[in-house]
Design a protein around this ligand. Structure first.
Ligand code: PHE
Length: 369
């Protein structure tokens, strides 16, 4: 820092100078003084005090010179003092400016060095998630039925007993209600009863209430039953409902569709068998079996040595159901099916415990990218 008092003393002493050469020499000395000062300013703060010391309005060196020297210089020296003063001012201003630039550049360089990224370091590989196996199975099922002209619709998981049971031809006290042990919602007294749907079949009724034939829909979704969890049971699981109703839907179309689905889903070698069964909302009702894809029908543990594996329930829509949705049962016919998605995934991918679908252990999930 310039010792301002010294400079002032010097400049005042310079009042005694008597030749232009002496004036110039004085200014040369001041210039050297400034140069010395600049070498000690290394950051923004010291640059600011340097600027104030030389250019400050009141006590800056240059203003003091103007006030105390220029004004009191003898007239014959005034031009040379004035010129030298202007030169010094320009020099100081320029010097301060370039010093400021180089301080800023040095600061930026230091920051860059601090924040340097080593591009040669190996990258971080972030693990990518994948679709859950159940979702993949849903999509596979949807793909097959979309290719047959079905559309995908979804419904609510909370239903009324009417849609889950009554309109599907399952009146109160019907034994079929017992096979679907139901979660009822705990609602304030006096509320209409609601339940968690035990199957996706309520969407058959909703769809037919809203839409006249032709209807060709599939309904993927979650369903709930009060089952104790084990290797083949879970209180929440997944179904895809299917419904096709038109004026001329035959059992033959039904059978062809089911066989096509089984071949697409399990492979072209899979054979299909329909076995008589019972559901209140289909007549006739069937259980769809596929030839065992482990032993190819010869008999093994998976098929319990029968050569066949039970896949899902289905049948021709019972005319009683049409009565609930104002369809003319004498004019329309159709079929319905209810695919158990968890069971189908288990069979297709050889998974012996359905609980694996719900535990979300990444060591399991990773095996189905
Ligand atoms: N809803 C039946 C069940 O969950 C399956 C089914 C659907 C059967 C459609 C026939 C027709 O068991």
């Amino acid at each position: 820092m310039p010792e301002i008092a010294d400079i002032i003393r010097q400049t005042l002493a310079a009042l005694g100078v008597s030749t232009p050469a002496e004036v110039t020499a004085r200014f040369d000395a001041l210039r050297a003084e400034f140069e010395r000062d600049t070498t000690s300013a290394r950051d923004e703060a010291s640059w600011k005090s340097l600027r104030d010391a030389w250019l400050g309005r009141k006590s800056g060196v240059l203003n003091r010179i103007t006030e105390q020297w220029l004004k009191s210089a003898p007239p014959e020296l005034r031009p040379v003092v004035g010129r030298s003063l202007n030169e010094l001012r320009a020099h100081v201003e320029q010097g301060l400016e370039s010093l400021q630039r180089s301080i800023a550049a040095a600061a930026e360089k230091a920051a860059l060095a601090r924040e340097r990224v080593d591009l040669s370091l190996p990258g971080v590989i972030r693990p990518l998630g994948s679709r859950h196996l159940v979702r993949q199975t849903f999509e596979e099922i949807e793909r097959i039925f979309l290719s047959l002209g079905f559309t995908v619709v979804e419904g609510n998981e909370i239903e009324t007993p009417y849609y889950n049971f009554e309109a599907l031809n399952i009146p109160e006290h019907h034994p079929a209600r017992d096979t679907m042990d139901t979660f009822y919602l705990d609602l304030p007294p006096g509320s209409k009863p609601h339940l968690l749907r035990t199957h996706t079949s309520p969407m058959q009724v909703h769809t037919m209430e809203k839409q006249q034939p032709p209807v060709r829909i599939i309904v993927p979704g979650k369903v709930y039953r009060r089952d104790n969890p084990d290797a083949t049971h879970s209180y929440v699981f997944h179904q895809v409902e299917g419904l096709a109703v038109d004026t001329d839907v035959t059992f033959c179309e039904f059978k062809g569709t089911v066989e096509y689905f089984v071949r697409e889903f399990l492979g072209s070698a899979a054979k299909t068998r329909l076995r008589p069964s019972y559901f209140p909302f289909t007549e006739p009702s069937v259980e769809v079996d596929a030839s065992c894809f482990v032993c190819m029908g010869k008999g093994c543990r998976l098929c319990k040595f029968s050569g066949w594996i039970e896949l899902f329930g289905a049948g021709m829509v019972d005319p009683a159901v049409y009565g609930f949705v104002n369809y003319d049962a004498t004019r329309v016919s159709g079929y319905a099916f209810g695919l158990g998605v968890d069971r189908l995934s288990q069979l297709k991918y050889g998974i012996d415990d359905v609980q694996l679908f719900f535990q979300n252990d990444v060591r399991f999930l990773r095996q189905f990218p």
